[in-house]
Ligand binder design. Structure first.
Ligand SMILES: C[S@@+](CC[C@H](N)C(=O)[O-])C[C@H]1O[C@@H](n2cnc3c(N)ncnc32)[C@H](O)[C@@H]1O
Length: 245
């Protein structure tokens, strides 16, 4: 985590140029290839997948402590990275089907890591591009630290894709650090604001903004579940109208 921040500090050498959109190509944009629309091969995705994987278990525990998933039949974690979120779900809930969806090279990394943990029969890994739509079949979709990576148009398209992929009564779980978090503005607004600016895509959003986007995407009800460390992650749960069959 600290090592890769050398890239951010180098990108911040001229913060005014960055804010004006006049900075040269940034180191963070190369580190996160999907930010510029590239899917990446195995060597390219390894550094960022490993970095996210290092904090994923901690985030997973905070999300699952905040939000009870008992009753879920099939959970699909979109942008599921190395699979630690679904691994934590599997540790708490014996019954739901679990599917990880991520870029093909990342889904492959997740599959081999989960196989080493003895979970290959429990968690299915699917490779694909979520900008091209999402597989159907899950009654719950999670987006953990995903939406803030994307500009408004693709972020809204992703929420619409999740709505389209869910059955009537299905649930979307959105978890990430947010702007305007009382007491955590230096992290949610300033740190993530500059980080995502240097990455070249996305921005931290306020919970109210995300709730409005979820409504625009078609979700009927949204509800916030308070988390232990809101500076790292907050959780919104959104419901599609209708009833699960
Ligand atoms: C910031 S990481 C979050 C990973 C994980 N959810 C976590 O919290 O650690 C974003 C994830 O989205 C995936 N991703 C980015 N663009 C994608 C796309 N177009 N289709 C599928 N997955 C994508 C990345 O490969 C990465 O695993």
């Amino acid at each position: 985590m600290i090592e890769h921040h050398a890239l951010l500090y180098a990108d911040l050498a001229d913060p005014v140029a960055l804010l004006r959109g006049q900075a040269p190509p940034t180191g963070l944009a190369r580190y996160w290839p999907y930010a510029s629309g590239l899917s990446g091969d195995a060597p390219t995705v390894a550094p960022y997948s490993g970095l996210m994987g290092a904090s994923q278990a901690l985030i997973a525990e905070d999300v699952l402590d905040a939000c009870d998933l008992s009753g879920v039949r099939h959970l699909m974690d979109v942008g599921g990275g190395e699979g630690a979120f679904l691994q934590a779900v599997a540790g708490r809930h014996a019954t739901p089907r679990l599917t990880l969806f991520d870029l093909p090279a990342v889904a492959e990394r997740a599959a081999s890591r989960l196989a080493q943990a003895g979970l290959e029969g429990r968690i299915a890994c699917r490779g694909g591009d979520f900008h091209g739509g999402l597989p159907t079949g899950a009654d719950t979709i999670s987006l953990v630290r995903i939406v803030h990576d994307h500009d408004d148009e693709p972020a809204l398209a992703l929420l619409r894709a999740a709505h389209a992929a869910l059955p009537p009564g299905g649930t979307l779980l959105l978890a990430e650090p947010m702007a305007g978090t009382p007491g955590a503005e230096p992290v949610g607004d300033a740190y993530f604001g500059f980080y995502l600016l240097a990455m070249g895509s996305g921005r931290p959003r306020r919970a109210e903004e995300l709730r409005a986007m979820l409504r625009t995407a078609g979700f009927a009800v949204t509800h916030e579940h308070p988390t232990r460390r809101p500076l790292l992650t907050r959780v919104l749960k959104a419901q599609k109208t209708g009833r699960l069959k």
